[in-house]
Design a protein. Structure first.
Length: 257
């Protein structure tokens, strides 16, 4: 995927413009962060990109194709994965099963069919083995070995966020949308997450779009930052340019006072 871009994206809800004429380009294999106060339209942009909302105007170009109007499933098949602000995992399934469910778009025989077809030459069995190998790599990568057979409901919040990240990686995405990945994490977990996100960029060669409130994290790992307020772009630039921009400072101070 050479490039990802949104052009003149707009959407209204009940007459209120949630996102107004937003455009940006994301370079391949970069970390592109979207920042702004609560209610500025960040998650709405992610919902349009991933096919949950259809924009009123504008185009979303992924791999040379306008994906506006595509279903979330079709967009996932084009190589896009997402984590959510509120964790969307199967609580009563194990970590391993949640990650295997992340493989669903690559499976031809159904998620668990392979487990019952252990004939050596069975296509389902071969597929099952490959999917489990990929999931095992992710478990090692995210250091989840100790909880692999635990039910997600029994895990602390920070670990659940990691499992959700792992499930997104199991899709083998070209583009990864991370919506508030560090929310609810303690300082140590956030530091680990920073390293993992950079490792995903480097080792998995993934383009990452990030929404995050933690400014230290944003400034530390982003290649470019897109700042917005009330549905509109304030500016886009390198972390140090965004950090010192008066309109960005005003938008954030306005939220706090």
């Amino acid at each position: 995927m050479d490039h990802f871009k949104v052009e003149n994206l707009s959407i209204s809800f009940g007459g209120l413009k949630a996102v107004n004429n937003v455009s940006f380009n994301v370079e391949k294999n970069s970390i592109f962060s979207i920042i702004g106060p609560n209610g500025s339209g960040k998650t709405t942009i992610f919902n349009m990109i991933s096919g949950i909302y259809k924009p009123d105007h504008g185009r979303i170009i992924c791999d040379g194709e306008n994906i506006v109007g595509c279903t979330p499933d079709r967009i996932a098949r084009k190589g896009m994965a997402r984590t959510f602000q509120n964790i969307e995992l199967f609580s009563n399934a194990t970590v391993m099963d949640n990650l295997l469910l992340g493989r669903h778009i690559h499976m031809k025989t159904g998620v668990f069919t392979g487990a019952f077809l252990w004939g050596r030459r069975s296509r389902a069995a071969r597929e099952e083995i490959k999917n489990r190998e990929i999931v095992e790599e992710i478990i090692d990568f995210l250091d989840l070995q100790s909880v692999r057979n635990h039910y997600v409901a029994s895990l602390p919040y920070g670990k659940r966020k990691l499992v959700e990240l792992g499930r997104a990686l199991a899709l083998e995405p070209k583009i990864l949308l991370l919506d508030e990945p560090s929310a609810g994490m303690n300082t140590e977990e956030k530091e680990d997450l920073n390293i993992w996100i950079k490792d995903i960029q480097v080792d998995y060669k993934v383009t990452i779009l990030l929404i995050e409130h933690d400014m230290n994290m944003i400034m530390g790992i982003s290649d470019r930052i897109f700042a917005m307020s009330q549905g509109e772009k304030i500016m886009e630039g390198l972390p140090k340019e965004v950090q010192s921009h008066p309109e960005v400072i005003k938008a954030y101070l306005g939220e706090e006072h």
